[in-house]
Each structure stands twice: as C-alpha cells, then as structure tokens.
Design a protein around this ligand. Structure first.
Ligand code: PLP
Length: 474
C-alpha cells in the first residue's frame, strides 16, 4: 500500500470509527449469527496475489460487522464492560503506527519511562502507597499468574525456578474468585487440587476465620501455605473480600497476598468507594483493569507490586543478546512479566488520563454507579423482582421470583434472559448465586445514559409480563 492509499483509507477508517461510535446504538447489541456462518463467507486459503484495499474494506463491512457483538453499545450491560474512548483509540493507533517494542529501556526509553509515570499516576489515583511500583500487563489473568509465580518463588527461596517443586504449596481464594485464579494455579504448577476454596458469608465475601482454619489444617498435614488471593468486586456479584483481616492472616503465615480488583479497582478513584481497597496497603500485589472500566481499549491491565525485586528475580533472564550498557540504572520491563516483547500500551493510558483528567474519569464512574443504583431501586418497586446481592459498584444481581419452586424459577429466569437479549436492544448475562439462576446488569459503557437504563427496566418488565402471562404491577 503506498502512502496515498494509506492516507485515503486511514482517513476513511477514522471517519468510519467516529460514526460507528456515535451510531453504535443502531446495531443489535448481540450478534445473531449462527456458529460457522462467518467462516463460511471467508475463503479457506490465503490469497495468492495482492488484493485491493477497497475489496478488503467492503468485506469488513459486509462480512465482519454482522458477526460482531457491540461492546461499545450503550445497551451493553453484560459480563463487565470493556469500554474505550476516542483518546484511547488514538493512542492505540499511534502505538501501531510507531510499531515500537519496549522489551528493554534501550529499545524505546520513552515507552518504559512513560509506563513508569502513568503507572505511578494510577497508583496515586486508587490510593496505593508509594512503596508500590506498577507494570502494564495484557490482562488481569496474566497479572494474577505473575503474582502466583512470584508467590511460588518467595515461598521456596526461589528454588522452584531452579530445582522444580519439592513440596506441596497451597493457594487460598474464596469460592467466588475468578476462574483466572484456577487457571493461574494450574499453569504455575501448584496443581489444581492445591487451590483451597474458602467459604463466603451471606454477601459472598471471603470469611477470614475460615481462611485461618484452612491454613492451620494444611500446616497439620505438612503442606506449605504460599499465597492468598482476595477479590475486590467478584465477577458473579461484585462482592468485596475484607482485605485488612486477610492481609493480617497473610502476614502471620508469611503468604504472598494478591488482590484481584480487575473490575472494581477503578471505583477506588472515588473517595466514597476507597473503602473497598482498605487494607490493600498490606498486599504484595494488586491488579485492576483500565481496559474494563476506565475508558482504555482492550488490552491494558495495571499490575502493582510492593517488592518489585521479588517479581524481577522470578522472571529475570540475562542472555547476552539482551544486555545493554544501562541495565544497572534503568527499568527493563521484560523482567516484570512473562513476555519479552511489549506493546506500547502506556501511550493510550496517557492519552486517556490527560484528556479526561481525574475529575472527568470520576464523573463517568460516579454516573455509572448512580445509574446502577437507580436501576436497582426502580426494579425493586416491582415486587416480582428480588435482588440477590448488595449493589456496591455498578453491578446489579437480580431475578424474577413469583414464588414457584427453585428449579422452576431457574428455568423461568433463563427464559427471561433469553427473551431480554432477543430484543437486540440490550445485552445482559447471568451467573448462579447460592444455586439461583441470577441475571446480572452492569452499567459501564461510556455512552450509557439514564434513558438506556430506563429502557432496560422497561424491556425486563415487559418480558416478565409476557412470561408470567399477566401484568401485576406498573
Ligand atoms: N478477575 C475478575 C474479578 C474478573 O471479573 C475478570 C474478568 O471479568 C478477570 C479477573 C479476568 O480479566 P482479564 O480478561 O483481564 O484476564
């Protein structure tokens, strides 16, 4: 592609993205294609000869767009959000344009130093002490895996790195912890059966007394407790594990204490939500995702550690071809995680934080929380619905309950969810809480307004009306 064509399509694509973001509401939020439908429209082997950009661009619109679920749709209430913003898109575009790769300081000093600075801005924004240093990981799953690997090395005096496992190490997390914890435990070699799930209270938060009991039990059997993972904002219900007592237990038994605040960490930039991270200062590591709820397009996960030297000792490797003359005085982020090559993600984060400012970001997060509270209040005015968990942030867990048996209620709510999503106007997902099929509504899209939340309420009630075959309340 020559420069003229590059510019032509570059401008056209930016125009298209600007229009898309403005008009995304016109698309059905959830794609309706069947499995295999998109693949069948694509050639099964690569083109032998160059194709015109125009043909590729038209195919994108014709074939790819119908197969998309629109995460930036204001009716997106599913999973957790993964919101973006114009500033973040431009940062990402520049990063691709530069094609820089910041594996070591010398391969792009600005990439490393900007990452150091924006990570320190984020640290201050969520109120972590100065002793924490940050690094951008691709996802919270990777950050949690890094924490588990560092915990493994700390617990064994860095012996697993050199000798392999010689004892059984145990990891503790609540049974509401995200599946990335189980995945990390498997990959890091602890063994799935050495992940000990700790019971939770009626609000789905880890019970510290049960944690201590499990550790004591393990010690009796000769296992070595190595790591405890607490969650701030669990995936199913937004529960908050009590960090203070968990941290104290961690300290008492010399465990690595990791905090998974993937979704709710962003809320800690609000003074009124800072309570959620109370006790995080005792953590060895913490992760939260600007790519979920802080306007920074996927992927961008903020990982903080209190003793970076444990992390770097876990990962460092010094082949001759990577040595530089400044290694003793600079940060080489290649030693702060699994991958060697690193994208220039700090750029989009820098663009986001500067264009919105702290106050601008706070305003959006506060509005999302306000809308979730509004939804939960209005929903409860209709006595057919019940909340199944407290609303701490912007996630509301609820179900339709007309008094029929639990099994039938589960089926009814599954049908309700299908009916809601079939409208194409909003998209919600589900979980189970105490065996109850639960609908989850999360407010987190940049462009979601009160009218979208009111529309969601209307759709949910109308679908409930037709499922129950009667209109019990207005
Ligand atoms: N932790 C929690 C609490 C989550 O809710 C999620 C995803 O929703 C993750 C971790 C995994 O996030 P990622 O996709 O960044 O790996």
């Amino acid at each position: 592609m020559n420069k003229e064509k590059f510019k032509k399509y570059g401008y056209e694509i930016i125009d298209w993205i600007a229009d898309y973001l403005e008009n995304v509401e016109q698309y059905p939020v959830k794609s309706t294609v069947k499995p295999g439908e998109i693949k069948n429209l694509l050639p099964s082997s690569p083109p032998a000869h160059p194709e015109e950009m125009e043909a590729i661009w038209q195919d994108f619109k014709k074939i790819i767009i119908p197969g998309l679920t629109h995460w930036q749709h204001p009716g997106w209430f599913a999973y957790f959000p993964s919101n973006n913003s114009p500033a973040s898109i431009l940062g990402e575009l520049l990063s691709a344009g530069l094609g820089t790769q910041g594996m070591v300081w010398e391969t792009s000093p600005a990439a490393t130093e900007l990452e150091e600075v924006v990570m320190d801005w984020l640290r201050q924004m969520i109120g972590l002490p100065e002793s924490f240093a940050g690094v951008i990981q691709d996802t919270a799953s990777t950050a949690t895996l890094c924490a588990l690997l560092a915990a493994r090395e700390k617990a064994t005096g860095f012996a697993v790195n050199t000798q392999g496992f010689s004892k059984i190490l145990r990891v503790y997390a609540s049974k509401e912890a995200h599946s990335s914890v189980e995945k990390g435990v498997k990959i890091a070699g602890y063994g799935r059966k050495n992940l000990v799930y700790i019971p939770t209270d009626e609000e789905f938060a880890l019970i510290p007394g049960e944690l201590e009991k499990a550790i004591e039990e393990d010690l009796k059997f000769g296992f070595q407790p190595a790591c405890v993972i607490a969650t701030v904002g669990t995936t199913s219900s937004g529960a908050v594990d009590p960090l203070k007592p968990i941290g104290e237990i961690g300290k008492k038994y010399n465990l690595w204490f990791h905090v998974d605040a993937a979704y709710a960490g962003t809320a800690a930039i609000l003074p009124e939500k800072r309570w959620a991270l109370e006790g995080a200062e005792q953590a060895d590591s913490l992760v939260f995702n600007p790519h979920k709820w802080m306007l920074t397009n996927f992927d961008c996960s903020a990982f903080f550690v209190r003793q970076p030297e444990i992390l770097t000792r876990t990962f460092e490797i010094h082949p001759e071809y990577l040595k530089t003359g400044v290694d003793a005085v600079v940060k080489n982020y290649r030693d702060w995680g699994i991958q060697l090559g690193r994208r220039f993600r700090a750029l989009k984060l820098w663009f986001v934080i500067r264009t919105y400012g702290l106050e601008g970001i706070k305003k959006i997060i506060r509005q999302h929380i306000h809308l979730a509270e509004l939804f939960s209040r209005k929903l409860q005015e209709d006595k057919r619905f019940e909340l199944l968990a407290p609303v701490y942030f912007s996630l509301v867990c609820f179900r339709l309950n007309d008094g029929r048996g639990e099994e039938e209620l589960n089926l009814l709510n599954k049908q309700l969810l299908e009916a809601i999503n079939s409208t194409g106007k909003i998209y919600l997902t589900h979980t189970t809480l105490n065996g109850k099929y639960t609908l989850r509504l999360v407010v987190g899209q940049r462009t979601t307004e009160e009218r979208h939340v009111r529309q969601a309420l209307e759709i949910i009630k109308t679908k409930a009306d037709s499922l129950l075959g009667q209109k019990l309340s207005g």
